[in-house]
Design a protein around this ligand. Structure first.
Ligand SMILES: Cc1ncc(COP(=O)(O)O)c(C=O)c1O
Length: 643
């Protein structure tokens, strides 16, 4: 909205008017005009006119009102005459005209943006033969859980109706802006923190330097991850580059210990459907898929195992191994609750089956000559590969298997044994928590669900609460030491212009402490209660899983005839829709639902802006989403599913 600021004509008014403007500006208001009383003694109006003109903001002044008169009738008369004169003054006329023009221009800009975008912008993850000015969404602004959206298509369809319609449509940001959103759009506290750090540092280079925000963030992450192995934080700009660094770290450590040379074909071990970023190196860490196989330099360098998945189907929690694993690990198993699936201790039979299979598989791979420089996994949820919920026990067993941990050891003792030896065993274990870390799944890290300590952890997305790109790769001392020598060329010669930018680190510190408070809030307590069902086995150590999405909603959706299965954990809810043509990224089964959610609402009423991954439609809230907001989204989704 164009905003009008009433300035202060009194002593000290220049400073207070500028401060007021700065506060509004940082909070996203477009101050279009400033008006104040003309005052001869301090001449604030004259100074502020120049000040704001430099910032493209018009300003005007009008004479101050007459002094108050004791007789109320006379006073009213004097003021009426003042208002009459002021309202027809040139200054006020010009102000009103320019304000209206600004409003018209804003609407014109909004209407023309989608078309201009088709001319000037190359969008990510989009086939442009399908793009046109009707399907590009213009984001006018965003606040809290909602975007303010404009689409030409919606305007045209509403223009045919009789009723006056709103140009902008609020839309719930159901992809949490590509999984980054934590504390709501336009969060004033984060904006202020960023502005403060910008004012204090701008950007300062980080080679051989340190500043308080980067130091505090590194110390906080090491302390909060509560993983005795981790001791050093390396900064990069986004999930892909942070994963690149993780891979460089692990491969060097493994090659050094194993005496491998650059001629050796060192690979990574991972899970089918993993995704670790779009830079060349991280693409090579995933098996051929729609994302990478047409990229000329891509060469998948690894071996990827299929894995059992956790699903809720027709109200029943199951762990469903792929057909190819039925012989080795058995068929689908049912559970009374999600908690039971995470009660790893109690699942001794599965533990044995998984370890036998994985030990044998690893043995075969090594016999075939594979040299693995790292195990890389997204713990619990494999996001971009299609929102797949991996059986946490399978992932835990895989870590144990590569480390050669005695399969008969119970998990608490195994943890102790790992903790005592902070060095990596077998191969370095990298947890890509770019998506799943930092409260996305309801707890600080996803590693804790598996009850195991990785050697390297990568965090991004929620790190800055959804405001800025920043990534940390946190490594064990043993990995760090692999780069130590008297020779500079042995060092990790990696860095980015904006490494450890002070603005991002400051915002990250603010976000982490805000999210820590939210995790203790009544809302989150309520979410947890909704999901806590059973008394678990004695000695159960793993944290209980829960979701911000209500249990009844998740169960109801799982019973819909067009739904194959669903899951929810933390702020993530995903539903796989039945697709006779097959699932996978190329499936179009979920796009109809996505479009209904976005275009369905009445003019001016909130709709849902969601993303799909093939036949999967997912919903993801910020950490600040209230139960009331989520309930509204749930009701809309249920209605849309019934159409
Ligand atoms: C698990 C995982 N790793 C890495 C990345 C890459 O992060 P970025 O998009 O910030 O480069 C993503 C992005 O979605 C991700 O989900």
């Amino acid at each position: 909205m164009p905003t009008f600021l009433v300035g202060d004509h009194r002593l000290g008014g220049i400073g207070s008017t500028i401060s007021a403007w700065e506060s509004l500006h940082i909070r996203g208001y477009n101050v279009q005009s400033v008006g104040l009383f003309a005052e001869g003694r301090y001449e604030n109006a004259a100074y502020l006119k120049d000040y704001f003109a430099e910032r493209n903001i018009s300003s005007f002044s009008i004479p101050p009102p007459p002094d108050p008169v004791a007789d109320p009738r006379e006073d009213v008369k004097a003021m009426s005459s003042y208002y009459d004169d002021a309202s027809i003054s040139n200054e006020v006329d010009t102000f009103v005209d320019s304000f209206m023009q600004a409003h018209d221009k804003r609407i014109e800009d909004l209407r023309s943006m989608p078309k201009q975008a088709t001319e000037a912008i190359w969008h990510p993850f989009m086939q442009h033969s399908e793009r046109n000015e009707n399907n590009v969404v213009a984001m006018e602004s965003a606040y809290g859980d909602y975007f303010q959206t404009y689409t030409k298509q919606k305007e045209s369809s509403q223009a045919s109706g009789e009723a006056e319609t709103a140009l902008l449509q609020p839309a719930f940001d159901a992809s949490a802006s590509w999984w980054t959103q934590g504390l709501g759009h336009g969060n004033p506290q984060l904006a202020l923190t960023a502005a403060h750090a910008a004012g204090k540092y701008g950007h300062v280079m980080f080679a051989g330097a340190v500043h308080e925000p980067a130091l505090t963030l590194a110390q906080t992450l090491i302390q909060r991850m509560d993983n005795p192995r981790l001791s050093k934080v390396f900064y990069t700009d986004n999930g892909s580059t942070g994963m690149e660094v993780a891979v460089k770290m692990a491969l060097r450590a493994a090659s050094k210990r194993n005496g491998w040379s650059p001629e050796d074909n060192v690979e990574i071990l991972g899970l089918i459907g993993s995704y670790h970023g779009d830079t060349m190196g991280t693409m090579d860490c995933s098996e051929p898929s729609i994302f990478n196989k047409k990229v000329e330099w891509y060469q998948g360098r690894g071996h990827w195992l299929d894995f059992p998945q956790v699903k809720l189907r027709d109200g029943q929690w199951i762990v469903e191994p792929p057909k190819s694993l039925h012989k080795a690990v058995g068929k689908t198993r049912t559970f009374n609750s999600l908690e039971e699936i995470f009660d790893l201790e109690a699942r001794r039979a599965d533990w044995g089956r998984y370890r036998s299979y994985l030990d044998a598989e690893l043995w075969h791979l090594r016999q075939q000559g594979h040299k693995f420089g790292a195990l890389i996994m997204e713990p619990v949820i494999l996001g971009a590969g299609g929102m797949m919920f991996a059986d946490p026990l399978f992932q835990r067993c895989l870590v144990d298997a590569v480390r050669g941990i005695d399969p008969n050891m119970d998990s608490a003792r195994a943890m102790d044994a790992q903790g005592a030896d902070k060095d990596w065993q077998g191969m370095p274990v990298i947890f890509d928590e770019v998506f799943t870390g930092l409260y996305r799944l309801g707890r600080f890290d996803a590693a804790g669900f598996l009850g195991t300590d990785p050697d390297i952890v990568v965090n991004a997305k929620l790190l800055t609460g959804g405001l800025l790109p920043l990534c940390t790769t946190t490594a064990s001392e043993a990995i760090f030491e692999a780069f130590l020598s008297a020779d500079k060329s042995d060092a990790l010669l990696h860095g980015h212009s904006y490494t450890a930018h002070a603005i991002g680190c400051s915002v990250a510190n603010e976000s982490l402490s805000t999210m820590a408070s939210i995790s203790q809030s009544d809302d989150w307590e309520g979410f947890r209660k909704d999901w806590t069902t059973s008394v678990l086995t004695d000695g159960h150590t793993n944290p209980t899983p829960w979701s911000m999405w209500s249990k009844s909603f998740v169960e109801t959706v799982s019973r819909r005839p067009n739904v194959e299965s669903v899951f929810a954990i933390g702020s993530v809810f995903a539903m796989s829709l039945k697709d006779p043509a097959g699932s996978g990224y190329a499936s179009t089964a979920a796009t109809g639902l996505r479009d209904r959610l976005f275009t369905g609402g009445q003019s001016g009423e909130p709709v849902i802006h969601s993303r799909v991954l093939g036949n999967v439609l997912y919903l993801m809230g910020a950490m600040t989403c209230t139960p009331e907001t989520l309930k509204g989204v749930e009701e809309t989704v249920l209605r849309a599913l019934d159409v």
